[in-house]
Design a protein around this ligand. Sequence first.
Ligand code: 13P
Length: 249
Amino acid sequence: MRQKLVVGNWKMVGSLAANLTLLTRIKQAAPALACEIAVCVPFPYLAQARSVLASSPVAWGAQNVSKQPQGAHTGEVAADMLIEFGCRYAIVGHSERRALYGETDDKAARKFAAAARAGITPILCIGETLEERERGVTAEVVSRQLHAVLAQVGVAAFAAAVVAYEPVWAIGTGKTATPAQAQEVHALIRACVAAGSAEVGAALRILYGGSVKPGNAGELFAMPDIDGGLIGGASLVAEDFLAICAAAS
Ligand code: 13P
């Protein structure tokens, strides 16, 4: 039985004051919720997340990680630095990084490997653009993105990883994939991993991301291969994020 997981991706949003209010609300509500909860915050706020969430069931993580070990890489953050700040998770291959910061399948795979080596659970984001969906190549795109990582790290590494299916056209647009559309891709992702190891495929948590809100979370999370959500905008509003967590509980 896979425990549901709801992860907030704050993206590049926050302030010490606003974070404190949000983190405190989540921490207070979390013990009553049956799902696992995590927040992926901007790097400078990891120390704050650790200090507020330390004695709570809520985990925290980063939104990116360097593919390199420590060294001369100005502006990058190494996985073993994230470990020092108690990160359980690191997002890799988010579509915003793929579209705006040149993150390729290969870079995402190397970041996945760097996180995994350090003992951080990578949250690998994959998903098609609107143009790709309209061309009917969603399955090809998603399996290419997934296989790029499988080929580099091997299926066993997915035993300690999370995959997030985030259709690019649903991110921050208010347009959500229907539960059936999302389920179809989630089943495909699970089948790709299960082809390498039935056991790893069956245990893998696959999150849906893209305009998840309190009003649509329940029907998405009810699908057999949707194991929770990666939440952008709604993760910044305590009531909304907690309502989504409640829908996963
Ligand atoms: P929204 O929930 O704002 O659509 O963002 C989704 C996302 O990109 C999470 O990583």
